[in-house]
Design a binder for this molecule. Structure first.
Ligand code: HMG
Ligand code: MG
Length: 301
């Protein structure tokens, strides 16, 4: 079986998780959550987004989060446009992620631009950021299914990834935004991406709407992917993708990877502590299996 010795997990809970949270979470709690996650060993994390506070009020404290949580590791901030890049530069960020939907309808709902408009405006910005030695990641949403348009053709994903790669991005994060992909579709798309973009980091980003995220991660591992976006507690979802639930839960992914003897450098007990810290502030319940197993085991002791 084709399994790597080491997998990198990019923790996206503070961004993908908290952008979709119904409760207003105090900035100090977010900062504690991020620091606690960092103590678990994550070297790459999406901390927050510079997006319109009218569209995503949950992340309106982005500047403070960056100020108090940036460390020597890779601290990524999402931006949808030129204004986001300006704010990221003012905050001295050195790692920026852009996000574009393969589906026009989704991109319009999420960013208020067509996919073509987004690409036309972002590609020169990315070239400039690369000239200034930024780390640039491109998140490609609705790479399998769109809540408005249905199945997405893999060729359309490859075309967008090619444009980003030509502009010099470091990392392609290819996303199943609404958690509809199945392991066969995942294996096929990631196999193509792996052979077409051997010099770009390739990350898989799965939402777990139908309980398929772990199976999809296993399929992506078989295709040679060794980087995954995951979210502590399984938090997450895009406010503009109806029906999408949380990301693959970091602790469940970690449980599977460690059972397969794949190293991650992440400490599970410290990860549980981070989830415990954020849990009382959330409107909904934590869904991840490993977290509840651990709680039950501790209650019996
Ligand atoms: P718009 O209304 O067309 O923008 O929204 P605008 O240019 O007309 O500006 C409107 C207001 O927003 C102005 O303020 C701007 O200054 C301000 P006003 O004059 O009204 O006071 N503004 C900003 N403020 C802060 N940061 C900015 C920014 N840009 C404008 N960067 C816009 C367009 C892109 C701003 C809006 O649609 C937006 O913010 N969208 C963000 C949507 C979002 O965050 N979605 C979730 C992240 S993507 C995701 O979760 C998917 C992913 O996880 C992968 C997957 O699972 O698929 C990555
Ligand atoms: Mg997402």
């Amino acid at each position: 079986m084709n399994l790597p010795e080491h997998v990198t997990l990019i923790e996206v809970g503070p961004r993908d998780g908290l952008q979709n949270e119904k409760n207003e979470i105090p900035t100090e709690i977010k900062i504690e959550f991020i620091k606690s996650l960092k103590n678990a060993g994550f070297k790459e994390m999406e901390l927050t987004s510079f997006v319109s506070p009218k569209w995503v009020p949950q992340l309106k404290d982005a500047e403070e989060i960056i100020r108090y949580c940036t460390d020597e590791h890779r601290n990524i901030v999402l931006t949808p446009n030129e204004k986001g890049v300006e704010l990221a530069k003012e905050s001295k960020c050195d790692s920026v992620a852009f996000f574009v939907g393969v589906s026009e309808s989704f991109n319009l709902k999420n960013i208020n631009r067509t996919t073509k408009e987004s690409m036309a405006s972002l590609l020169p910005v990315i070239r400039q950021l690369k000239a200034e030695e930024f780390f640039v990641r491109a998140c490609i949403s609705t790479s399998f299914y769109c809540p408005y348009e249905g199945r997405i053709h893999p060729d359309d994903v490859l075309t967008i990834c090619q444009q980003f790669a030509d502009a010099g991005v470091d990392d392609l994060s290819v996303a199943d935004t609404i958690g509809m992909a199945n392991p066969l579709e995942v294996f096929e798309l990631f196999s193509q991406l792996k052979s077409r973009f051997p010099d770009v980091l390739l990350t898989a980003h799965f939402h777990d709407t139908r309980g398929m995220a772990l199976a999809n991660i296993f399929a992506a591992l078989q295709a040679g992917v060794d980087r995954f976006d995951t979210s502590a507690g399984g938090l997450g979802g895009c406010p503009f993708a109806p029906g999408a639930t949380g990301n693959a839960a970091t602790e469940d992914v970690l449980g599977m990877l460690h059972a397969l003897n794949i190293k991650t450098g992440i400490n599970m007990n410290q990860l549980f502590k981070a989830v415990e810290l954020i849990e009382p502030h959330l409107a909904g319940a934590i869904q991840s299996k490993q977290y509840h197993l651990n709680k039950r085991a501790n209650a019996v002791k």
